[in-house]
Design a protein around this ligand. Structure first.
Ligand SMILES: NC(=O)c1ccc[n+]([C@@H]2O[C@H](COP(=O)([O-])OP(=O)(O)OC[C@H]3O[C@@H](n4cnc5c(N)ncnc54)[C@H](O)[C@@H]3O)[C@@H](O)[C@H]2O)c1
Ligand SMILES: [Zn+2]
Length: 369
């Protein structure tokens, strides 16, 4: 029997558990009923995930005594928008969903952001539970309470903080997740170790490529620790003022890389992997981190089949992409640097300081130097 783990996210009266297990989807209903006391569950998913897991989740919710309304939204980040939100509101009103309803999202970060935003705003907020089915959603989107949608002007520009009542992780769902998505999610796991826990990072190095295989005995403790790290950081800084910024490690350049690709052809975790190696190299170059720090991160990410070299866009293009970083403060960006593996801090730098002139990407120079 695979291990079950519960990670408590400690936020006073809005605390909630993340329950991790294997082949546990059929038990989700009881947990939802117990945590929420809801009489109706609005199960929101995307077609591919719904086809694989929707029936099991819905049956479990029904067996726990909830009325179940199943809603589907089209897949893809392009549909994480206000039009879909409005459609979901319409369905909720039409089916008479009231304050006793709980929104349950089943899928990756896209659907949990969208469904969570609906839960945060419908009737000024109803209860929310997530059942993440990607590694990224398990360790990142599911923890922290940020929900929201994209505008045509940019990603995640509208949103709210709305904590779930429960996060229910069944690692058996990862069997169907494409390997590339698994790797991308693991980038955020590596990030957790790099910024917060050196011995966890060691453990990831020992496991290496085995992490890609979705073996529950290996993965459950690893995902649990990654959730716990994010939970620890978030509960010390729920509204993202200071400490929480370190979760952006690898994201400043990562967001620029995603934007330069127009969000096509590169996954978030892949861009973050590139960004982490870049940030670790900058940390070394600034004399903040010991030599060899970046190399360890790079080696681990490569074993996880993730890209590590900055794509060769013009420096000017990078600088303007870095400027639109919405986390920017004045001209400075709070760039996250490492002091060593397991310890991060922010450093105010202008885009030009982040990416000094005369540094071409290694990719453009023809590989490793
Ligand atoms: N709220 C937050 O704190 C936070 C943090 C990180 C990312 N996000 C958001 O999360 C989204 C990205 O999340 P994601 O990487 O999970 O992407 P995603 O939700 O788009 O899922 C990726 C793909 O995998 C498919 N899929 C999901 N689970 C599957 C499974 N078990 N088997 C087979 N296919 C499956 C999906 O249908 C989709 O095609 C973005 O919208 C991002 O903005 C939010
Ligand atoms: Zn991220």
């Amino acid at each position: 029997m695979s291990p079950r783990r519960t990670v408590r996210v400690d936020l006073g009266d809005r605390s909630y558990p993340i329950v991790l297990g294997h082949e546990t989807l059929a038990d989700v209903g009881g947990a939802v009923a117990e945590r929420t006391g809801a009489s109706q569950a609005v199960l929101v998913s995307v077609p591919g995930v719904n086809r694989l897991y929707g029936a099991t989740a819905a049956r479990s919710l029904r067996e726990a005594g909830l009325r179940v309304l199943r809603l589907e939204v089209p897949d893809g980040d392009a549909t994480k928008n206000l039009r879909q939100v409005a459609k979901l509101y319409d369905a909720l009103v039409e089916k008479g969903a009231d304050r006793s309803a709980v929104v349950v999202s089943l899928g990756g970060g896209m659907v949990s952001d969208l469904a969570g935003f609906v839960a945060a705003t419908y009737l000024r907020g109803i209860q929310f539970v997530t059942v993440p089915t990607t590694i990224l959603a398990m360790v990142d989107a599911g923890v922290g309470g940020k929900v929201g949608v994209n505008l045509k002007q940019g990603k995640n520009l509208v949103g709210a903080f709305h904590q779930p009542r429960l996060v229910w992780v069944d690692t058996a769902t990862l069997a169907s997740l494409p390997r590339r998505d698994r790797a991308a999610g693991l980038a955020e796991v590596v990030k957790a170790g790099a910024i917060w826990d050196a011995s966890f990072f060691d453990r990831l190095e020992r496991a290496g490529e085995k992490l890609l295989e979705a073996d529950p005995d290996l993965l459950i403790p690893v995902l649990a620790r990654a959730c716990q790290i994010k939970a620890e950081v978030v509960s010390r800084d729920e509204r993202e003022s200071g400490l929480r910024m370190i979760l952006n490690f690898g994201h400043t350049l990562g967001h620029a890389v995603e934007a330069l690709h127009r969000y096509r052809g590169i996954l978030h975790g892949e861009a973050v992997a590139i960004g982490m190696v870049f940030a670790a190299r900058r940390s070394e170059a600034l004399g903040l981190a010991p030599e060899g720090t970046a190399e360890r991160i790079e080696d681990l990410l490569r074993r996880l089949e993730l890209p590590t070299e900055r794509p060769d866009f013009a420096r000017g293009a990078y600088l303007s992409a870095l400027k639109v970083d919405k986390k920017k403060k004045d001209a400075h960006v709070r760039f996250v640097v490492l002091r060593e593996i397991g310890r991060a801090e922010t450093c105010p730098l202008t885009p030009a300081e982040i990416l000094p002139a005369g540094r071409r990407s290694r990719a453009a120079r023809g590989g490793r130097s």
